[in-house]
Design a protein around this ligand. Structure first.
Ligand SMILES: [Zn+2]
Length: 347
């Protein structure tokens, strides 16, 4: 039984691991029930090739990765520039920036886990271009790239896509991580994330996939039961700095890691996936180590990890599962996607 507090060095906060609580009875709602497989093309989908979006614009008949400006931007050039000054100590400013959508593939029915490695490399290449282009804009101080996947994280359209928020501010998690990385490098002469990788490899129990210049693992300090990190071994500020060989290794590790997550319960696995990349605010961010964090909200099939008193009220996470046990579950499943195995079995 694991029942202890673990230090999260990137977020600079404690995580309570209390694995004995995962089997407590549950009388509430069960989420994410299996749905019929979506079609390869959906005439109602605003992301499928050739379809019209709410803005009235029509998607091109694209064949690979397709990037466009979000029709419902969170930050954007149309946000009001002239604002009413708030009273007293309150502050405001224009929600400037750019929001984009990146479709992974014209196929409506595939998940990122089902894409062949060449398609994942193509996607990462497109994200490299986006990071360079958006990060070079003077008004953009950070480029957040993320995929929300599954209805339990608020996405009803299964068409595989991610989003980009190029903002005038640096997201809080990245700001803390950049400061912690710089402080660690100054104090120890080593990149913080490289020390995380070293500790994971020394222990070994939470490692998932290793391929040349990249690896994945459930971190020691995981906040969600199946939280998983995918990282290159070398320290780079962003995905844009990965060389061709590193990109291949990274894509292979990311692909197999996602396959293992989907194979766990043989269903499209919901998660929030975030690329952790250095701010583009013109400052140096020594020791910042690009990586991907996958945060799955389910702790069992159909059972959400609810954010409640500790997380929302207190700001620290309580994880009801031992990261070592969850990593073992992910290592025990096949590295071949269950849909591919089913298709092979059907002949
Ligand atoms: Zn679609």
């Amino acid at each position: 039984m694991v029942w202890e507090e673990r230090w999260h060095p990137l977020r600079q906060e404690w995580v309570v691991i209390s694995a004995h609580r995962n089997d407590r009875p549950w009388h509430g709602e069960v989420v994410g029930a299996a749905r019929p497989d979506p079609p390869a093309y959906s005439p109602e989908c605003y992301l499928c090739p050739g379809n019209a979006r709410v803005s009235g614009r029509r998607n091109p008949d694209y064949g690979g990765v397709f990037v466009f400006d979000n029709d419902h931007p969170c930050v954007g050039p149309a946000a009001p520039a002239a604002l009413e000054p708030p009273p007293g100590i309150y502050r405001n400013r224009p929600a400037s920036g750019l929001s984009r959508v990146v479709c992974f593939t014209p196929r409506h029915d595939l998940t990122l886990a089902e894409l062949p490695q060449a398609r994942i490399v193509e996607l990462l290449g497109a994200l490299q271009t986006q990071y360079r282009e958006l990060g070079a804009r003077p008004e953009v101080n950070h480029v957040l790239m993320f995929e929300n996947k599954g209805e339990v994280v608020g996405v009803s359209n299964p068409h595989p896509h991610c989003q980009i928020y190029a903002t005038n501010f640096v997201f809080r998690t990245i700001e803390v991580e950049a400061e912690a990385s710089a402080a660690h490098l100054a104090e120890h002469g080593r990149a913080l994330f490289r020390d995380v990788i070293a500790a994971e490899e020394e222990d070994g129990r939470r490692l998932l996939v290793r391929r040349g210049g990249a690896l994945s693992f459930v971190p020691y300090f995981a906040r969600y039961p199946y939280e998983t990190y995918v990282a290159p071994r070398a320290t780079h500020a962003s995905v844009a700095d990965l060389g061709p060989g590193e990109l291949e290794d990274f894509a292979a590790v990311l692909g197999e890691t996602l396959v293992r997550l989907e194979n766990l319960w043989r269903m499209p696995f919901p998660y929030v996936m975030v690329l952790h990349q250095a701010p583009t605010d013109g400052r140096e961010h020594p020791g910042f180590h690009f990586h991907v964090q996958i945060h799955p909200p389910l702790r069992k099939p159909g059972l959400l990890k609810y954010l409640a008193g500790p997380e929302i009220g207190g700001g620290n996470f309580l994880n009801d599962a031992a990261p070592e046990a969850k990593a073992a579950e992910l290592r025990a499943v096949s590295a071949v996607h269950y849909k591919r195995e089913e298709a092979a079995a059907r002949g």
